[in-house]
Design a protein around this ligand. Structure first.
Ligand SMILES: [Zn+2]
Length: 255
């Protein structure tokens, strides 16, 4: 059964010691597809380079809200240029992050978010949305663009918000926190999310699932996420693996 890690940062410095060994080991562990999203121009370039080097790796390019301070039109030009690479499958990760006080001002984050949504629409690509403590504003922004499609990565909103997004064709990403004992909203969100709209992600090197919480995450731990989702949805892990693999391919146009 194939696994699709739809969101993993293998360009991160957390993999500097053994990046090639980890990436090369994934197919044998059943991980047949990975999307590596960029967080700024530098990591977007790095993600594209990894996609060029590994048949099972694809890239997204984008500027993360935490890293958007000082970004300019020249940066968006670079992103647009990177999208000419045939293995760039999305714009991301982009969005709003109100968690960290030192983040760029909300108004600027929103401008950068909208600018990149417009780029995705112009290039007919899906977006990978990062929404941390900014649920109302993230929903308001994406609903301004009826043709927009994509995924809410590591979705942490309410079941009502999930239902709103699903109605409009969005996918929801589920990560390691679904395995944490205090996962409160996640089972309710899983409950309202149809099997054909769920994708699984590591967000590696972050968000490691139980029982490896605290260690560095990589795609080989995804079966723990898949197992928890399968239990919540009342299907076998093999069925959940198959469905999330198909959904990931549909989301990123890899069919
Ligand atoms: Zn991420």
């Amino acid at each position: 059964m194939p696994i699709f890690d739809t969101h993993a940062h293998y360009d991160s410095s957390g993999f500097n010691a053994d990046r090639d060994a980890v990436l090369a080991a994934l197919p044998a562990a059943g991980v047949e597809l990975v999307v590596d999203p960029g967080c700024d121009v530098k990591s977007s370039r790095a993600a594209v380079a990894l996609a060029g080097a590994y048949p099972h790796v694809y890239a997204a390019v984008g500027i993360h809200p935490e890293d958007c301070g000082g970004c300019t039109e020249a940066d968006f030009d670079v992103l647009r240029e990177l999208c000419r690479h045939k293995k760039v499958v999305a714009i991301g990760e982009i969005g709003l992050d109100y968690y960290w006080k030192e983040n760029p001002p909300r108004e600027f984050q929103e401008q950068v978010f909208r600018r990149q949504i417009e780029l995705a629409l112009a290039l007919d690509l899906p977006v990978i949305v990062h929404d941390r403590d900014a649920h109302g504003d993230s929903l308001r922004v994406v609903l301004d663009y009826p043709g927009l499609r994509g995924v809410f990565h590591c979705f942490s909103g309410s079941p009502e918000m999930a239902a709103e997004l699903i109605k409009r064709g969005w996918y929801l990403g589920f990560d390691g926190p679904v395995t944490y004992k205090n996962a409160r909203r996640a089972p309710e969100v899983a409950d309202v999310t149809p099997l054909d709209r769920m994708v699984v992600e590591t967000d590696a090197p972050y968000l490691t699932p139980v029982p490896f919480r605290g260690k560095r995450n990589d795609s080989r731990y995804l079966p723990y996420v898949i197992g928890q989702l399968a239990a919540w949805k009342g299907v076998t892990p093999a069925e959940m693996e198959r469905r999330t693999f198909e959904n990931g391919k549909r989301l990123y146009g890899l069919e």
